[in-house]
Design a protein around this ligand. Structure first.
Ligand SMILES: Nc1ncnc2c1ncn2[C@@H]1O[C@H](COP(=O)(O)OP(=O)(O)OP(=O)(O)O)[C@@H](O)[C@H]1O
Ligand SMILES: [Mg+2]
Length: 334
């Protein structure tokens, strides 16, 4: 029943021309299978270079020129990859909104906050300028900006990072979208502001029953604010399931390793690091993408890529998920 799904991604693969300018292509996402339902928040977690941002770019069809995409990508049952120009414009401007990591890079220094916030919805004819200004002001109040009217007349450089990111949340909500893609929305902020902004975003999403794909490398944060967690490694989803279960009882060795390498892992006396270095999708061999760093890897793991399958109430791409379950939980504070 994929047709009711807000967003459904099936076996998505993306190959990009290499940056060196040669003709060779690089696979940046191998096999991403994910879905987001109405009102569901899904956390996409993984190390730097694992392909998280590429997944959102593919979802928005904003990949660099020359990108080759295969697999399924549907929004309310319709293939986003087959959208006409007009459908794509409507999808990007009204159905899905993005929130980026660095708000300053995505504002226009020459526009006041008010003009910036209403620009999109007025240009698409979705709202009159007067209505849009009223709505922007009301949304600023919703996200906790007290002197909203004065803020509307200010320029981006007059706002702190935290305020600017609240403004970006408002920007994302302006067209009344159905899905929010938030790519590391709080990473550029300092820690105290981070949790405040995240709480505001989560609250707005919940109140409006929107779907959200929340990208982060912070497993604790993702587990705290999402319903479902998807863990990505080298362009592949290796584990996916209810956030609390994936977080307390990981079933993939990579998820377990990530959990054990967090500074906040209370029961762990010494911080464990994951041996080896993270690899990019194009460096992965024929077998499991995590095999080279996995303490449980066998010959089969190095040779045969495991598919996502149902184990213990979630999806796991690991040949050995059943035999190693108890070893994975060891040392984890549930
Ligand atoms: N324009 C590009 N051309 C070619 N390869 C790229 C391009 N942009 C990114 N890549 C490669 O694609 C892979 C996935 O990158 P992506 O930006 O999706 O990672 P990420 O998970 O978002 O990482 P981070 O946590 O650092 O944001 C990486 O190997 C990266 O080097
Ligand atoms: Mg990224």
């Amino acid at each position: 029943m994929t047709s009711d799904r807000l967003l459904s991604i099936e076996g998505l693969r993306v190959d990009l021309p290499s940056r060196s300018g040669s003709r060779e292509r690089r696979t940046v996402i191998h096999d991403v299978t994910l879905s987001v339902d109405d009102g569901e928040s899904v956390g996409l977690v993984g190390e730097s270079g694992s392909g998280k941002s590429m997944t959102t770019k593919a979802t928005m069809r904003l990949l660099p020129p020359g990108a080759k995409v295969s697999g399924g990508l549907t929004f309310r049952g319709e293939s986003v990859l087959d959208y006409s120009r007009k459908e794509l414009a409507a999808y990007r401007s009204r159905k899905v909104s993005m929130i980026y990591q660095d708000p300053r890079a995505h504002t226009n220094p020459l526009l006041t906050i008010g003009d910036f916030l209403v620009e999109g919805v007025v240009a698409t004819g979705q709202m009159s300028r007067a209505d849009a200004l009223d709505q922007a002001c009301a949304l600023l109040v919703d996200v906790g900006v007290t002197d909203a009217e004065r803020r509307m007349l200010q320029y981006p450089h007059q706002l702190s990072g935290g305020l600017l990111q609240r403004m970006m949340i408002v920007m994302a909500l302006m067209p009344s979208p159905e899905l929010i893609l938030a790519d590391e929305p709080t990473t550029a902020l300092d820690v105290t502001v981070q949790s405040e902004v995240m709480a505001i975003l989560a609250e707005q999403i919940r109140e409006r029953s929107l779907g959200m794909l929340f990208i982060t490398h912070d497993l604790d944060l993702a587990a705290a604010v999402t319903d479902t967690l998807a863990v990505m490694y080298a362009g592949v989803i290796v584990e996916r399931g209810p956030s609390d279960e994936v977080y307390s009882k990981p079933r993939h060795p990579y998820t377990a390793a990530l959990l054990k390498s967090r500074p906040s892992a209370v029961k762990v006396e010494r911080l464990e690091t994951i041996p080896g270095r993270p690899i990019s999708a194009y460096e992965a061999g024929p077998g499991c993408v995590f095999a080279a760093r996995c303490p449980f890897a066998t010959e089969e793991c190095r040779e045969v890529r495991p598919a996502l399958r149902q184990v213990g109430g979630r999806s796991v791409a690991c040949h050995r998920a059943e035999d190693i379950a108890s070893e994975l939980f060891e040392g984890l504070s549930a």
